[in-house]
Design a protein around this ligand. Structure first.
Ligand SMILES: [Zn+2]
Length: 93
């Protein structure tokens, strides 16, 4: 049994944590953690949300994403991380 959620629910949590959601295609999304942070669930800077079987499967895809996002964020644990270096180059404040 898998939990279901809406894109709105996921966005609410993503916004609260300071992340951002990129729409790569109709059934394909990428959720970025804030710069320098990773999603605690699997130490990744970006979580992919995608499904292939039509819109009826979207609630389960978002539900799965929400379940993983609920673990929150933590500082990137990787030394010489390409993603973080890229952020430094682009962001540079
Ligand atoms: Zn990193």
């Amino acid at each position: 049994m898998s939990a279901k959620a809406s894109r709105t629910q996921v966005m609410r949590l993503v916004n609260k944590l300071g992340g951002s959601l990129d729409e790569l295609g109709a059934n394909n999304f990428c959720i970025d953690a804030p710069p320098g942070m990773v999603w605690s669930c699997d130490d990744l800077h970006a979580l992919v949300v995608s499904w292939h079987q039509g819109d009826g499967f979207a609630p389960e895809a978002w539900g799965d994403a929400l379940r993983r996002l609920k673990y929150g964020i933590e500082p990137c644990p990787f030394k010489n991380c390409d993603v973080c270096e890229e952020n430094c180059r682009l962001g540079g404040s």
